[in-house]
Write a protein that binds this ligand. Structure first.
Ligand SMILES: *Cc1c(COP(=O)(O)O)cnc(C)c1O
Length: 368
């Protein structure tokens, strides 16, 4: 059967391995598996959210409120923007897809950092647009600007702030100075999937969606409930931009793209900011232990503004071998070999799980 030619060049997104796989393949009890691979919240979801969702389980035969009034109301109060400035997606991933389908085509191109969120490239390939990447792995705005000016046909620029899978983050000042030099017809995407973490760690990296879209009519801010809010399994994300951009993206949105239970979860999650803040605090306490651990083994790492840390391994160590050995011990981390790096990304877990990771990693690292 023939498929569109664009599909040929697409490599499937490699998701973090699920707990079920380790249970099946290595016969390890689910309770003994430690998942530090997908940047989920190790403290779970807010108990208030779980309770609220439980209460409406008998409503799952009903289609959800397609206007998403309550969630938009909550978001518009939180971010001080109008409801006309909001779009909700099945994860912010889905909004990325809307953006690419709305703006990119085979006559223009998209621009991103060399090592960044893999979905930008996957969606871009799907529409057959040209893909431009910087030489540097991490975000280097001079390189972005160079490519932007020389190519002359960039429809979308992706800035992942902070960046997954490397963890670095640009300052708001640098980002604003960069966007000022971008033409009004180029859409600048600020992917803020980890902004809750970076803005806690360093105020200078904090990008307020309202401020961003007031200053730049060609910018869109993306947020998600999957990370700091602990709702990865519910698939809810949001986009904030000026109403013209939102209206156009809404044309891409299938009806009922968020489930009834997911909507409820997101609405309640917005109300429990204490749960979110506590998780972020613990994240950075545990992050310190990871830094000390890496230092003790003389492993290089990137200063992380997120809920994960990336270890850059020396040539005599192999990221895939180490990840596989850990897997056999029931510890799932993310091998960055598929990004062309001899590196591993580890989601910061709970204290006890992190201790077990240190113990097993050290044994494997010293033996290998
Ligand atoms: C996790 C993540 C997302 C989106 O996640 P969803 O679960 O689809 O909301 C977007 N961008 C980056 C960089 C991420 O790490």
């Amino acid at each position: 059967m023939n498929f569109n030619k664009e599909l040929k060049s697409i490599k499937n997104y490699l998701a973090g391995k699920p707990i079920e796989l380790v249970v099946r393949e290595y016969g390890i009890e689910p309770k003994d598996v430690i998942k530090l691979a997908s940047n989920e919240n190790p403290y779970g979801s807010s108990p208030k959210v779980v309770e609220a969702v439980r209460k409406i389980c008998d409503k799952m035969y009903l289609y959800p409120d397609d206007s998403m009034y309550e969630l938009k109301d909550g978001l518009s109060k939180r971010f001080e923007v109008g409801e006309e400035n909001l779009i909700i997606g099945a994860g912010s991933d889905q909004i990325l897809e809307f953006i690419v389908r709305a703006k990119a085509n085979d006559k223009n191109g998209v621009l991103m950092a060399k090592t960044t969120f893999a979905m930008y490239e996957i969606y871009a390939k799907g529409v057959g647009t040209n893909i431009y990447k910087t030489k540097s792995d991490t975000h280097n705005l001079e390189e972005f600007l160079d490519i932007y000016k020389n190519s002359g046909n960039i429809s979308i620029i992706f800035l992942c702030l902070p960046n997954n899978p490397l963890g670095e983050c640009l300052s708001k000042k640098d980002v604003y100075e960069f966007i000022e030099q971008i033409d009004s017809n180029t859409l600048v995407v600020i992917d803020g999937a980890y902004q809750e973490f970076s803005s806690y760690k360093d105020e200078k990296t904090k990008i307020e969606p309202k401020d961003l879209i007031d200053k730049f009519p060609n910018a869109i801010y993306l947020g998600t409930f999957s990370k700091a809010y602990g709702l990865g399994g519910m698939r809810v994300g949001y986009g904030i931009s000026n109403s013209e951009i939102i209206q156009n993206l809404m044309k891409m949105r299938p009806p009922f793209n968020i489930t009834t239970l997911s909507l409820k979860a997101a609405i309640e999650a917005l109300k429990d900011s204490e749960f979110v803040t506590n998780g972020i605090k613990k994240n950075f306490e545990e992050m310190k232990r990871y830094e000390e651990f890496a230092d003790s083994l003389s492993i290089k790492y990137i200063q992380s503004y997120t809920n994960f840390i990336t270890f850059l391994l020396k040539n005599d160590k192999n990221s895939s071998e180490i990840s596989n050995s850990l897997l056999k011990k029931g510890i799932i981390i993310r091998d960055l070999n598929s990004y062309g790096l001899n590196a591993v990304r580890i989601t910061i877990g709970k204290e006890r799980d992190n201790s077990r990771f240190f113990e097993e990693f050290e044994k494997i690292y010293n033996a290998g």
